[in-house]
Design a protein around this ligand. Structure first.
Ligand code: PXP
Length: 252
């Protein structure tokens, strides 16, 4: 059975901290606890306006993490420079709009090849793996390959928001086919955004997916059950999804 990895996004711990301009709760402390209880990596989004995670958080994380840091970021020169100084394990390039509450869609690599490709080259030149957060679409996967990305992270926000069962199944199929295609092109395939304890199972089943990046639902759950249980519950859903997938293939 192929393991599926869990990257925990700790941005929302910083959101709570910053809402009172206090120094607690500390996203770095949350990240350390998450690692202790089974997170395979920690993701943070260093936005240009540093509205949740700050540059200082990223420096502190880089010194303390035992697993991998995945730094989400735009292609802004300032942020690319910070990434090259910190050298996280991977950087995930996302589109960024100042007015948005959270990342709203995938990066349009197809129409921004030159700009994205320039950042990919700089980051890779500094020994950093590069991931591109894209919609599950063939032309975006092809463009990711063209600009030299190592990883694609499929945006699961649409899947998470759809209410109609039929549309949801269609979106799932799209994610599955895109994952198969991206893997066949030599990319590592991740996915994330809007995933919860209730909707993650069907995504985690796809064996082509290497890692899921999940933040809001884990942090919300940890308020009620603690970090240890919140991480372990999510890990056990991921594990169960993979186990059942293997069982069903064996039965066929
Ligand atoms: N992946 C990417 C690229 C994201 O931008 C985010 C949100 O910061 C996530 C995953 C995690 O999304 P959520 O907090 O909804 O789990």
């Amino acid at each position: 059975m192929k393991k599926i990895f869990l990257g925990v996004n700790v941005d929302h711990v910083a959101t709570v901290r910053n809402s009172r301009m206090e120094n607690y709760p500390d996203p770095v402390r949350f990240a350390v606890l998450a690692e202790e209880h089974g997170a395979d990596g920690i993701t943070v989004h260093l936005r240009e306006d540093q509205r949740h995670i700050t540059e200082n958080d990223v420096y502190r994380l880089s010194q303390i993490l035992k697993t991998r840091m995945n730094l989400e970021m735009s292609v802004s020169k300032r942020i690319v420079d910070i990434a090259c100084t910190i050298k996280p394990f991977s950087c995930c390039i996302v589109p960024e709009r100042r007015e948005e509450i959270t990342t709203e869609c995938g990066l349009d690599v197809y129409n921004r090849k030159k700009e994205v490709g320039r950042s990919v080259d700089i980051l890779k030149g500094n020994g950093i793996m590069v991931s591109l957060f894209v919609e599950p679409e063939k032309h975006q996967v092809d463009s990711a390959v063209e600009v030299g990305a190592d990883i694609v992270e499929f945006h699961t926000g649409r899947y998470s928001n759809l209410k109609s069962m039929k549309e949801r199944q269609e979106e799932l199929k799209k994610i599955e086919l895109s994952a198969i295609y991206a893997k066949s092109k030599g990319l590592t395939v991740n996915a994330g955004h809007g995933l919860t304890y209730l909707n993650v199972f069907d995504i985690a089943k796809f064996p082509e997916i290497y890692e899921l990046n999940i933040g809001h639902s884990i942090i919300s759950r940890s308020l009620f059950v603690g970090v240890k249980c919140a991480i372990r519950e999510m890990k056990s859903i991921l594990h169960e999804a993979r186990r059942r997938r293997v069982d069903s293939r064996v039965r066929c």
